[in-house]
Design a protein around this ligand. Structure first.
Ligand code: T5A
Length: 213
């Protein structure tokens, strides 16, 4: 049986990842592929419980290293319980965020050491990496305006200032520039229809060698 493929949607707040996830799932299913949709923080009962803690403003003073370790505790469960078994069973996994978010938020945003994040990545994932990361990139102001237009209370991380989200955005773009063979950057400031069309083209193009075999 052929191993499934692992696609991750990344980007800053309000970039439109969740809005595009369903469209990606439908596109893959239309090709007859089994698809599992998941998210981080979350993805398992333990991960969803940790998500509640990570995003709860009650923990506003959370130590930065505690935040990073909770992200990787959540991920260890997600990888072992959900992602790796699905891929091994031939299922395609599409995830709203994964380890690039830890590099961008805890590394770029918080200023934690990249080498520590890389060590945790290897410890938790061994050689598991996304086959393709779709980076939904928007100017910070647009993302924050979309986020605020939903009228929901800000969570602990959304409460950060503009400079934090600029660092996050720049770190995502730097990751994509450093690994163009597994990142595609999408201009997510366009209309949702235009973003979805660009995403479909990017995915078709990336997996064309696999699909024409
Ligand atoms: N985090 C996560 C870390 O710090 N480290 C980690 O390792 C991980 C995994 C997760 C938080 O955790 C942090 C990052 C986050 O701060 P979350 O609630 O999952 O929290 O946060 P987000 O993933 O940012 O979720 P958002 O819902 O804020 O962003 P999305 O999913 O990118 O945006 P979406 O699709 O919900 O869209 C937002 C709004 O914009 C509209 C939508 O309708 C919606 O109202 N919209 C558009 N409007 C116009 N044009 C478009 N093209 C649009 N696309 C979407």
């Amino acid at each position: 049986m052929q191993r499934g493929r692992f696609i991750v949607l990344e980007g800053g707040e309000g970039a439109g990842k969740s809005s595009n996830l369903h469209c990606l799932q439908q596109m893959l299913e239309a090709r007859g592929l089994p698809v599992l949709r998941t998210r981080e923080p979350g993805g398992t009962p333990l991960g969803e419980a940790l998500r509640t803690i990570l995003l709860d403003s009650v923990y506003a003073g959370m130590e930065l290293k505690a935040e990073l370790l909770l992200m990787f505790a959540m991920r260890a469960q997600h990888v072992a319980q959900v992602i790796r078994p699905a891929l091994e069973a031939g299922t395609w996994v599409v995830s709203d965020r994964f380890t690039s978010s830890s590099y961008a938020y805890q590394g770029g945003g918080r200023g934690l050491d990249n080498a520590a994040i890389a060590w945790l990545e290897h410890f938790v994932q061994d050689d598991l990496r996304p086959d393709l990361t779709l980076l939904f990139d928007t100017p910070v102001d647009i993302g924050l305006a979309r986020m605020h237009s939903r009228g929901e209370p800000e969570d602990r991380i959304e409460h950060e200032g503009r400079a934090f989200f600029e660092r996050v955005r720049n770190h995502f773009l730097a990751q994509a520039a450093a690994a163009p063979e597994r990142f595609v950057v999408l201009d997510a400031a366009q209309s949702l229809d235009a973003v979805q069309a660009a995403m479909r083209d990017a995915v078709e193009c990336f997996f064309a060698p696999l699909w024409t075999d």
